[in-house]
Design a protein around this ligand. Structure first.
Ligand code: SF4
Ligand code: SF4
Length: 123
């Protein structure tokens, strides 16, 4: 697994949750998300195409979940995608990351090991 970015060997969240967001993030409304990559799911919200149905799989996801993946529209992804962080990457646990991984039989990510202080250096 990549030490720097565990998502590159995962992709589970992109194939598990409905990825919805305010329609104002779409290009036709001045945002960055291409309109042809979304479907309307409510009067004010859209979802990434492929995540509004089951089995879920975002149209932007390339590769095999749990092996090697990438987002083909990474620079144009929504705030929902940008704000969804892998557990512990920034020191925070994300139970939804764990849930998505579990749905594909992948173990939860674990926090990095803390360096142990030698007795002589303990405060
Ligand atoms: S489920 Fe977690 S580790 Fe997997 S791609 Fe999503 S954020 Fe990354
Ligand atoms: S746009 Fe990219 S990051 Fe967002 S759900 Fe789709 S594949 Fe995942």
């Amino acid at each position: 697994m990549s030490q720097d970015n565990p998502c590159l060997n995962c992709g589970a969240c992109c194939a598990h949750f409905r990825v919805s967001f305010y329609f104002g993030e779409c290009q036709s409304s001045g945002g960055v998300v291409p309109d042809d990559q979304v479907v309307q799911v409510s009067p004010h919200r859209v979802a990434m195409r492929g995540t509004e149905v089951r089995p879920v799989r975002c149209v932007g996801l390339l590769g095999e979940v749990g092996c090697g993946v990438r987002c083909t529209m990474y620079e144009q992804r929504s705030s929902t995608c940008r704000e969804f962080e892998a557990s512990w990457v920034n020191g925070q646990h994300n139970p939804n990351c764990d849930a998505a991984r579990a749905a594909y039989g992948l173990p939860p990510l674990t926090p990095p090991l803390q360096p142990t202080l030698s007795p002589g250096r303990a405060a």
